[in-house]
Design a protein around this ligand. Structure first.
Ligand SMILES: [Cu+2]
Length: 501
C-alpha cells in the first residue's frame, strides 16, 4: 500500500508548481527523487566487529540532506533482511508518511520500496526505525534540511551523531531489564540543590569511592541524605558510546578550515542515554534546538536528552585541536570528536573523565523560541501523568500502557496544552509526532520557551507544559523516547476527531 493518497499527491503537485516560481538558491538541489537504502553494515567497536543496520543516502553517506526548499522526495528501499519502517523524527509529514507502524501504515517487507513526498521543515533532524527495537541496532541517521539563514552564515557544518552501543541484542537487554533487574544494582543519584538552584549530584568524591567499590560506573549511587529525592539513571550498561560511529580510542578528527567558523549539528540518537555536551576550552552559542531557532544562549556545557538536537555555533581560535565531548550523565564515560585547526597536534582523550551530573532543565528554562507560537488561549488542556518503576520494569503514560491505550482526542484547529506530570524517579524525554510544540511552563512557572519536538520531564514530582496547534490531522504517536520505556508501555496516541481507526 502506498502511503500517498491521491489527495496528498495532488497537494504535492501544486506545491511543486509554486516552488518552481521562487528564486533559485545555490543550494536548491534537483527535484529528483533521492534513494535511501535500509541495510546492514559491519562496525568495529572496541576492536570487535558488530553487525548493525544502516540508512545510506544517495551520496553513499548516512541519511538525507536536502537543499533550501527542496521537497522530501525519497524512495526508501528496504534491504535490511527484516521488516522495517523509518520515522522522520521531528518532521511534519501527513500521518500516513510518518513512519510509525499503525495498522494503516504497516512496515515494509524486506526487498520492498516505499515512496515519500512531503514539504520538510528546515533544520537538524534525524531518522530512525520505529519498528521493534531496530533503533538500538543503529537504524538511525541524520536528516538535515538546509535553510537560508544557515547558508548565509557561511559556516563549516559538522554533524555529530551520538549513540549508545551494546554487543547484546536489544531483546536480550530488554529481557534482562524485565527479568533480572531485581538482582542488578540500580543506578541512583541523589539530587541536591546548589546555590544556583540547579540539580547536582552530591559528594562527587564519595560517589567516586562507591563506584570504585562497585567496580563499574555510575552504579548504585544511593546517597544517604535528609530525605532528598533520589533519581534513577542509565537503565542499561552499554559497551560503548559512539560519536559518528567511533569511540574516543579512535575518534573522528574534523579539520576546520581557515575561517574557523563552525555550525555543529548535534543529534542524540542514543536509545537510552543522555549527555552533557562539553566544549572544553571553546565557547558556543546554541542557536536552535530540535531544528527550531532559539535566541542564542552562550556556554561551554549543554544538556541533550534522548532524541533531541542542538545547533551550536563556534568560532575556533586560529591554532589548536579541540575535543567536543558528550559526557554520559551520572557517569565517567564519554565519547566525542576532535575539531582540529591546520597543523595542530591531535591530543589523545581518555574515554573516562570526571563524573557528569544528571542532565537537567538548566538550558530549557533559558531558551526562548525565535518564532514562538501565536498567543491564544488553549481550547483543550490535559494533564498527562508519567508513571512506572524499575522494579517491576514497566512504564505508563496517562495511566495506561501501550498498546492498551485510549487515544487523546483533539480537533483540528484547537490550541492544545498538555501538562506532563512525572511521578517516577527517572527523567523522561517525551516526543510528540507530527507537531512542533512550545515549552510554555516548567513546574508551574510560565516561560516563553523553545519550540521543539522532544522535551525532558525531570524526576517526580515535576511538570512541563507544552502547547501546540492541532494542524496536522491523523493518528500520532506520543511517547517517551527512552526505547526501553516505550517498549514496556510508555506510549499513547494523539488522534484527531474524524480519523477512523
Ligand atoms: Cu521514559
Amino acid at each position: 500500500m502506498s502511503p500517498l493518497s491521491r489527495r496528498t499527491f495532488l497537494a504535492a503537485t501544486v506545491a511543486t508548481g509554486i516552488l518552481s516560481t521562487l528564486p533559485v538558491s545555490r543550494s536548491v538541489a534537483s527535484e529528483a527523487k533521492k534513494r535511501l537504502v535500509a541495510g546492514t553494515r559491519t562496525l568495529e567497536v572496541n576492536g570487535r566487529a558488530a553487525r548493525v543496520y544502516s540508512l545510506i543516502g544517495p551520496d553513499g553517506r548516512p541519511g538525507i540532506r536536502l537543499g533550501v526548499r527542496e521537497r522530501f522526495r525519497v524512495d526508501l528501499a528496504n534491504q535490511s533482511g527484516k521488516q522495517t519502517l523509518v520515522h522522520w523524527h521531528g518532521q511534519l509529514p501527513p500521518w500516513t508518511q510518518d513512519g510509525f507502524p499503525w495498522p494503516e501504515t504497516p512496515p515494509l517487507a524486506d526487498g520492498a520500496v516505499q515512496s515519500y513526498d512531503y514539504t520538510p521543515i528546515p533544520g537538524t533532524y534525524w531518522m530512525h526505525s520505529h519498528y521493534g527495537m531496530q533503533e538500538q541496532v543503529l537504524m538511525t541517521a541524520p536528516l538535515i534540511v538546509e535553510d537560508e539563514i544557515a547558508l548565509r552564515e557561511d559556516r563549516q557544518e559538522i554533524v555529530l551523531m551520538l549513540h549508545d552501543f551494546t554487543f547484546r541484542s536489544p531483546e536480550e537487554v530488554l529481557a534482562s531489564l524485565i527479568n533480572t533487574n531485581a538482582g542488578r544494582p540500580r543506578e541512583l543519584a541523589q539530587r541536591t540543590d546548589d546555590s544556583s538552584g540547579h540539580a547536582v549530584i552530591a559528594q562527587h568524591s564519595a560517589m567516586a569511592g562507591m563506584m570504585n567499590m562497585m567496580g563499574r560506573d555510575a552504579t548504585a549511587m544511593q546517597m544517604t541524605g535528609a530525605g532528598a529525592p533520589r533519581m534513577d539513571l542509565n537503565d542499561v550498561d552499554f559497551d560503548a558510546f559512539l560519536a559518528n560511529d567511533r569511540t574516543l580510542t579512535d575518534p573522528e578528527v574534523v579539520h576546520v578550515g581557515h575561517s574557523g567558523r563552525v555550525r555543529l549539528r548535534i543529534i542524540n540518537g542514543a536509545s537510552s542515554s543522555q549527555f552533557w555536551i562539553d566544549l572544553g576550552a571553546l565557547t558556543g552559542n546554541v542557536v536552535a534546538v530540535d531544528g527550531h531557532a532559539v535566541r542564542p544562549v552562550a556556554g561551554q556545557h549543554f544538556p541533550i536528552a534522548m532524541a533531541q538536537r542542538l545547533d551550536v555555533l563556534i568560532d575556533l581560535p586560529r591554532t589548536g585541536a579541540f575535543p567536543v565531548l558528550a559526557r554520559l550523565e551520572g557517569s565517567r564515560r564519554r565519547t566525542g570528536i576532535i575539531l582540529a585547526r591546520p597543523g595542530s597536534r591531535i591530543p589523545r582523550v581518555a574515554d573516562q573523565g570526571p563524573i557528569a551530573s544528571p542532565i537537567d532543565l538548566s538550558l530549557e528554562t533559558r531558551l526562548a523560541a525565535a518564532e514562538p507560537l501565536r498567543t491564544r488561549p488553549a481550547d483543550l488542556v490535559r494533564s498527562i501523568s508519567l508513571d512506572g518503576s524499575m522494579k517491576p520494569y514497566s512504564w505508563s503514560m496517562d495511566g495506561e500502557m501501550w498498546p492498551h491505550i485510549t487515544p487523546l482526542m483533539v480537533k483540528q484547529g484547537q490550541r492544545v496544552e498538555f501538562e506532563l506530570v512525572n511521578r517516577t524517579m527517572m527523567s523522561h524525554p517525551i516526543h510528540l509526532h507530527g507537531h512542533s510544540f512550545q515549552v510554555v511552563a516548567v513546574d508551574g512557572r510560565p516561560i516563553q520557551g523553545a519550540v521543539r519536538d522532544t522535551v525532558l520531564v525531570m524526576p517526580g514530582p515535576a511538570r512541563v507544559r507544552i502547547a501546540f496547534d492541532a494542524d496536522n490531522p491523523g493518528r500520532w504517536a506520543f511517547h517517551c523516547h527512552n526505547l526501553y520505556h516505550m517498549q514496556t508501555g510508555m506510549m499513547t496516541e494523539v488522534r484527531y476527531d474524524g480519523i477512523a481507526a
